[in-house]
Design a protein. Structure first.
Lengths: 309, 316
């Protein structure tokens, strides 16, 4: 009855301790460097190791339509387990639209539909017998502006597991999720306080904790740092690096340096002005360091060097 | 080349413009006008209440309890004359409104806002509901007479308290729907997305997020509807409210009264106010004050509830 799935990576003997990511080991960060190459030199020694990782979310030639309007198309994007996949590109190129298609959030918009195939562990997400509620429990989402429920911190985290049927052990779930989101130490004495009393950065970490409380496989993040100050952004980026060990993360970001800092692979989107209407398309998808140092497409190079965007 | 800003004449002119400052006549007049509108409204309220209070004061000081416990009589100096039967009627009409009109109206509003597709048919329904809110209450009286008193006589037993309760509930239903729909529409989209994002079903999002968030707005709407329900007289006349002597006991808890003849506070007031004997004037004034206090208690309860939900929503 209760959705008690052990996290795939930490093994039977792991347990909650493996997810205690406290503040103690936060690195000192140098001033942000301008050169893209310096940013990921510290991060991506493991690329070759994940080259063969299992594909969790297989996106094959997908396009998203709002009615007759094709918002974004031509997207083939295998999302691999325990990797951070970044989606970058200029405004209006359909990155957020595509992200929302991954967990059927576009169902909320009247007239939205997709073409192509998005399969999750081999199952077509848009098949008629697939329950979008279950999909969203396994593929969670963190939004651009923090949107905690107007409830207590405890109830924010406990809400997801509760409606998934869990009756006991909620306190452990709340503590584990808050520790994983690097928020436990700051709020452990005031779990009953309203979530709205937290700062913006704390609220966003709360939303991340809320998303992982239901133990999803994949966490989708739609520009999670764009409304936060640099210190809070730093904390979230740290968090994403750590969460990668247990989850698969897809992040849409406007900030290409951020993508360079934290992602394993990057997808670059751009807009096509097609008879007066702008549609988005996927240009290139590759290992992050390859994409940033030696992009295959001229448009990618132009965007990265700031010629447009 | 010397900048023109260094020119002493220009300096003086700029200084005058920035700090010399005239009075913002238009702005001030506007504020004064708004304040006057507010004061006029308050003045009307104060004059109304003070006037009736002064007229009915003798009734309160001389025979308060008998007045509250009395019944409809034909002579103003009858020691048994009082408003209890009217209060019973108004009480039960309020109960019907709260337990019939509010749940039905809120449910209809949630359906219209969250489930119904946006097409010409639902726009047509929306337009019709808004029109119904503007229909004169007498028409609802005719509706109540035809349907609740006559067609449904097997249920209501004719021109009874139940028929009156049903009629008034139908009367306020459109207002409840409209105000609740507005409150639900005002729930921010990020809150819904957050709910769906952790795997809530549509019903869970409505029950755990949308309704609590919209509760203050819904309560404001129900508050207004209740005040209207309790103050209506015309439909009650058509449904058969008694203006002369009423045989019923006048008990607040006897459910058997629901299928008996009835009266209500607005009817009592209009009856007494239109009687020729001037001794009825203090009685009518006292009855008005009693009704106002009844509505005040209802409103205060609703406001307390609304403030509670507002505090929860803002996390205080």
């Amino acid at each position: 009855m209760a959705d008690e799935r052990a996290p795939a990576q930490s093994g039977a003997e792991g347990g909650p301790e493996d997810r205690h990511f406290g503040h103690a080991d936060r690195r000192e960060h140098a001033a942000p460097s301008i050169s893209l190459k310096a940013d990921f030199a510290s991060n991506h020694g493991t690329d070759e190791a994940t080259a063969g990782a299992e594909v969790v979310l297989d996106v094959r030639d997908v396009a998203v339509y709002y009615g007759d309007f094709r918002a974004v198309g031509g997207v083939t994007l295998p999302i691999r387990m325990n990797e951070v996949t970044a989606m970058i590109g200029p405004s209006g190129c359909g990155k957020s639209t595509m992200l929302r298609a991954f967990n059927r959030m576009n169902d909320l918009i009247v007239g939205a539909r997709i073409e192509g195939l998005i399969s999750y562990h081999g199952i077509d997400l848009y098949a008629p017998n697939v329950d979008p509620v279950e999909v969203r429990r396994r593929i969670g989402m963190v939004f651009q502006k923090p949107n905690p429920f107007p409830k207590s911190i405890y109830d924010n985290i406990a809400y997801g597991p509760r409606i998934a049927g869990r009756r006991k052990g909620l306190e452990e779930v709340v503590e584990r999720s808050l520790r994983s989101a690097a928020l436990w130490d700051e709020v452990k004495d005031r779990l009953k306080d309203s979530a709205l009393s937290l700062s913006g950065g704390q609220q966003q970490r709360l939303c991340i904790a809320r998303a992982i409380a239901v133990e999803p496989d994949v966490v989708l993040m739609d520009e999670p740092c764009s409304s936060l100050d640099p210190i809070a952004t730093n904390a979230i980026e740290e968090l994403i690096r750590q969460l990668r060990e247990a989850y698969t993360i897809v992040i849409v970001t406007h900030n290409m340096q951020q993508a360079a800092r934290i992602s394993d692979r990057t997808a670059f989107f751009t807009t096509n002005v097609n008879g007066g209407k702008r549609t988005g398309e996927l240009v290139e998808f590759d290992f992050t360091d390859k994409l940033f140092t030696n992009p295959g497409d001229q448009r990618t190079e132009d965007y990265l060097t700031g010629r447009f965007g | 080349m010397a900048s023109t800003l260094l020119d002493p004449k220009t300096k003086e002119r700029v200084r005058k413009q920035i700090s010399g400052g005239g009075v913002d006549w238009r702005g001030t007049t506007f504020v004064v006008a708004l304040l006057c509108a507010l004061l006029v409204t308050l003045a009307i309220l104060v004059i109304l209440v003070a006037d009736q209070l002064q007229l009915g004061w003798s009734v309160f000081t001389e025979r308060l309890w008998d007045f509250l416990n009395g019944s409809l009589r034909s002579q103003p100096d009858d020691p048994l004359i009082g408003v209890k039967q009217g209060l019973v009627g108004t009480f039960w009409i309020a109960v019907f409104t709260i337990f019939l009109a509010f749940p039905t109206g809120i449910a209809a509003a949630v359906y219209l806002e969250e489930y119904a597709p946006r097409n010409r048919f639902t726009s047509f329904i929306d337009l019709n509901i808004r029109n119904l809110a503007g229909v004169p209450s007498v028409v609802y009286g005719i509706l109540g007479l035809t349907i609740f008193v006559q067609q449904l006589e097997w249920l209501t037993k004719g021109p009874t308290l139940m028929a009156a309760g049903l009629t008034i509930s139908v009367l306020v239903l459109p207002i409840v729907i409209i105000t609740s729909a507005e409150a639900v529409r005002a729930v921010p989209q990020p809150l819904r997305e957050a709910g769906y994002g952790v795997g809530s079903t549509k019903w869970e999002v409505i029950r755990h997020h949308i309704l609590p968030y919209a509760a203050p707005g819904i309560l404001t709407g129900t508050l207004l509807s209740l005040a209207r329900a309790v103050g209506e007289a015309a439909p009650l006349i058509l449904v058969g409210a008694i203006t002369g002597r009423l045989a019923s006991e006048g008990s607040f808890v006897d459910l058997g009264q629901l299928t008996e003849r009835f009266t209500a506070m607005p009817i009592v007031i209009t009856t007494w106010a239109s009687r020729p004997q001037k001794e009825f004037i203090p009685l009518a004034a006292a009855a008005i004050i009693v009704l106002l206090l009844f509505v005040l208690v209802l409103n205060a309860t609703a406001i307390l509830l609304r403030n509670h939900f507002e505090r929860k929503r803002e996390g205080r």
